[in-house]
Design a protein around this ligand. Structure first.
Ligand code: NAP
Ligand code: G4F
Length: 344
């Protein structure tokens, strides 16, 4: 019989890539989405997975909904990817974020313990838990110091996952993933904001990219590589926690430069502080500028992961480089525009 997976947050970036990965390995995949006026399956469609995933309506805030879903699907593996995943919004909606990202993980763990204790569980944890970093690079043993309500909620979910493993013997893993991007990334996240805005500016000859902290450094990888690590964690012989990262960090400003080069511009950042601007050297065209409105109340300045435990235990390593990742995202946005498709 095919193994059966339940993936929460199937309309999101990672949900789509993970479904594709599991389907390709013979899984029967159930994907949860939350009901809305219009279904949002474009990512699954782009990966050719929309017709093969069995869709289940699930609201993470509703415990009875989680219990009924587990009883109905009876999965071998649960991947909890659903979350309010935008760090910036968590400063405006801290209580909602704590409930969805923190307490909902507890709802799922308690439901698994009650209904299906043999089921394996993956929690989508994050490098945001390291926040104001206590050592560099960050590894599984690095103490947490989250810098946003998002990060705090994810720390709570991480420790609940560890606790249900230690207290109740659940096969529960926490994947501490550093930023991972793709052509399916939401346009509110900085990499895709850059590639979609610059692609539109390139096609139309007008517009301007406005950003917040362009000095923030992230360890950026490709989402398609990272979902392989999620699956490997649940197929490992023991439940454990793993950092997943590339081990290479780049600034937001570098993302802009790389994307602009892919579009044929010759970009250079000039100026100081909030007056910084990125120009095309050849034409003098203003491509990007800093707008303090995009600054966050507390920032994660520099994160860099050490994934050597995952490399050793799971045989996992990233394949797509930073340069190739940005190029793929720019190309995908240009192709969408050329085909008259919206940049969602
Ligand atoms: P994403 O694209 O924003 O997807 C989030 C998913 O969660 C969407 O399907 C969303 O549904 C769903 N969701 C949100 N609130 C919900 C609720 N109350 N009930 C049910 N579903 C809900 O995020 P992602 O980039 O794929 O990330 C997947 C997970 O990994 C998240 O937990 C995120 O925090 C974590 N993570 C991401 C990264 C990264 O760099 N991408 C790194 C570390 C950890 P709608 O489509 O209806 O909004
Ligand atoms: O792309 P971001 O919004 O991602 P952030 O905050 O690192 O969070 C993402 O990665 C986490 C893993 O570490 C995930 F857990 C989380 O769910 C999400 O997927 O911002 C990246 C950096 C930040 O320092 C931000 O201040 O870019 C900076 N930035 C500068 N200007 C901007 C902008 N971010 C956004 N979204 N928009 C800007 O205009």
């Amino acid at each position: 019989m095919s193994p059966r997976a339940l993936v929460t947050g199937v309309t999101g970036q990672d949900g789509a890539y993970l479904c594709r990965h599991l389907l390709d390995r013979g899984y029967e995949v159930y994907g949860t989405y939350r009901r809305s006026a219009s279904r949002n399956l474009w990512r699954l469609e782009e990966l050719g997975a929309a017709d093969d995933v069995q869709l289940v309506s699930l609201e993470l805030l509703e415990l009875t909904n989680i219990l009924r879903t587990l009883e109905m699907v009876r999965p071998d593996e649960v991947y909890n990817l659903a979350a309010q995943s935008f760090v910036g919004l968590s400063f405006e909606q801290p209580i909602y974020t704590a409930d969805v990202n923190g307490t909902s993980t507890l709802r799922i763990l308690e439901s698994i313990r009650t209904v299906l204790p043999a089921c394996r569980f993956y929690q989508a944890s994050t490098s945001e838990m390291f926040g104001k970093v206590q050592e560099t690079p960050q590894r599984e043993t690095t103490p947490f110091h989250p810098r946003s309500p998002y990060g705090v909620a994810k720390v709570s979910a991480h420790w609940m996952t560890v606790n249900y493993r230690e207290a109740h013997g659940l096969f529960a893993c926490s994947g501490i993933l550093f930023n991972h991007e793709s052509p399916l990334r939401g346009t509110e996240f900085v990499t895709r904001k850059v590639t979609s805005t610059l692609a539109r500016m390139h096609a139309s000859g007008a517009g301007l990219l406005e950003l917040g902290n362009i000095d923030a450094m992230r360890d950026w990888g490709f989402a398609g590589d990272y979902v392989e690590a999620m699956h490997a964690m649940l197929r490992h012989d023991t439940a454990d926690d793993f950092v997943i990262a590339t081990g290479e960090a780049h600034s937001v400003g570098e993302v802009v430069v790389r994307a602009a080069v892919c579009l044929g511009w010759d970009p250079v950042w000039e100026g100081e502080g909030v007056k910084r601007r990125c120009l095309d050297r050849r034409t003098g065209r203003l491509l990007a500028q800093v707008n303090p409105a995009y600054y966050r109340p507390a920032e994660v300045d520099f994160i860099l992961g050490d994934a050597s435990k995952a490399r050793r235990a799971l045989g996992w390593a990233p394949r797509v480089s930073f340069e190739e990742l940005v190029e793929r995202m720019v190309r995908a946005d240009c192709d969408r525009l050329a085909a008259g498709r919206p940049l969602l």
